[in-house]
Design a protein around this ligand. Structure first.
Ligand code: HOZ
Length: 459
């Protein structure tokens, strides 16, 4: 819980009533920890509905949404063609547990932009995709060691919860209770953006490594782009040591470029995991890569992985409609990138004007405001941010009608529904939020106040 000035995000009466009931029914009143708002010292608002870039809560308050279902909604809420595709699919049956055409439709869309995914398996969540990809990498190499990065988050499978980002970082946990030490004994952790640390870990590992797993742009310790040469270096190290390189693109896939980190940085990993956007807001994910590796998955090979709801037609329809919209709009990513840069610059200016010290870090369609004085390159840097300031910033944004991720260690997302109007309102809100975020007793003057005084003092 952050300390300092009292946090006042005061949700409305209906939100508070629902939250009280939810506390009895769900741990923390939520079904995923970050949503509890504990890291920002407040109480969550309850959502009634979403449309385009806007959320409306149960008390009728409106917010510009930068969570967007944790990045899944790149077209904004309830996008017409996606909703229509879902409606049409639902009328034909909610699920079969058997093959149907929409699975192929989504797979074709994915392979159009990820040619390196020669074959794939469709699953329901990012956690499942990553857990299965690691199992496959281990089987393919006949090795056990997996190297991940501190602050990297790859879902909540036991073996990857060591020094994880996202909710684990938000809750300030080193990992998770209930994970047998033996399970994480073969998970080794290196420092993001530090090739020397990866080289040291892989060289001195107790046994040869099966895989290096990385988010090409780290998004779960907040947004931390790779330093030039970092991903290329990982590719070389993996190849030299006979390990597979896994790009976890659950967050970055179809976001930082049409073909995610693979396209953006021109690296060819051995395996790729996808989720979020590929399901268009519904639960769908995938793992895939080189055909010879995927050939080891049952029933062709000995690596077992299955799912009752895998390839669910409604999720396939939402995903395929979303990817189709992205495909037909050739300017989509240049616009998204421009909007992201504009928002990042506006936030930097607003922070400077309010006398707030922070770093605004971004990649196309995602960004984080870190309250600290130096650029964030890894998890240690991210952890040294002032989470008290972040909490006050968050509460003030919420009061001003901006729904920002309730954790310093998550990225904010933009969608095609965010335009000039949304950015203008957000930046006006941010001006107030940066002023509210400043540490208690901070006497630094804002630029406008000091300019005003200077002007008054002039003869
Ligand atoms: N781990 C998710 C984002 N990085 C948050 C999931 C959620 O709370 O819904």
């Amino acid at each position: 819980m952050p300390t300092g000035k009292r946090i006042n995000n005061a949700p409305g009466r209906r939100s508070r009533t629902l939250h009280r009931e939810a506390l009895k029914r769900f741990p923390g009143g939520v079904n995923s920890p970050v949503r509890a708002f504990r890291a920002v010292g407040g109480e969550p608002v309850w959502i009634e509905r979403g449309s385009q870039a806007e959320l409306v809560d149960v008390d009728g308050r409106r917010y510009i949404d930068y969570v967007l279902s944790w990045g899944a909604l790149i077209l904004g809420h309830a996008e017409k063609k996606v909703v229509e595709a879902v409606r049409k699919a639902a009328q034909g049956g909610l699920g079969f547990g058997a093959n149907h055409r929409l699975e192929l439709e989504l797979a074709r869309q994915i392979q159009r932009v990820y040619p390196g995914i020669e074959r794939m398996r469709l699953v329901n969540s990012g956690t499942e995709a990553v857990m299965s990809a690691v199992r496959l990498a281990r089987a393919f190499t006949g090795r056990e060691i997996v190297i991940k990065f501190a602050g990297g988050y790859h879902g909540h499978a036991d073996l990857l919860l060591a020094e994880a980002g996202s909710g684990v970082a938000t809750c300030g946990l080193p990992g998770s209770a209930g994970v047998p030490p033996a399970v994480v004994a073969s998970t080794l952790t290196a420092t993001y953006n530090d090739l020397a640390s990866v080289e040291a870990v892989i060289t001195h590992a107790p046994a040869p490594a099966a895989a290096i797993i990385v988010e090409p742009v780290a998004g779960n310790m907040g947004c931390v782009p790779p330093e030039p040469g970092f991903l290329e270096g990982l590719r070389q190290l993996a190849t030299r040591h006979g390990a597979l390189l896994i790009f976890d693109e659950v967050m970055t896939g179809f976001r930082i470029a049409r073909g995610g980190g693979v396209e953006r940085y021109g690296i060819t990993p051995d395996l790729i995991t996808l989720g979020k956007i590929m399901g268009g807001g519904l639960p769908a994910a995938a793992y895939g890569g080189r055909a010879e590796i995927l050939g080891m998955v049952a029933p062709e090979g000995p690596v077992y992985q299955a799912g009752t709801l895998a390839g669910n037609p409604i999720a396939m329809a939402a995903g395929a409609a979303t990817l189709e919209r992205l495909r037909e709009d050739r300017q989509f990513y240049s616009r998204l990138d421009r909007m992201t840069r504009q928002l990042a610059k506006g936030l930097k200016d607003a922070a400077a004007a309010a006398g707030a010290t922070c770093q605004v870090q971004s990649a196309c369609g995602m960004l984080t405001v870190f309250f600290q004085s130096r650029p964030v390159k890894n998890y240690e840097d991210a952890k040294s941010s002032d989470t008290g300031q972040f909490a006050r910033f968050h509460a003030a944004l919420l009061r001003e009608g901006v729904y920002w991720p309730p954790s310093q260690f998550e990225a904010a997302f933009l969608s095609s529904a965010h335009g000039e109007r949304e950015l203008k309102k957000t930046l006006a809100a941010a001006a107030a939020a940066f002023a509210a975020a400043r540490p208690p007793g901070d006497k630094k003057m804002t630029r406008s106040k000091s300019q005003h005084r200077r002007r008054k003092a002039q003869p």
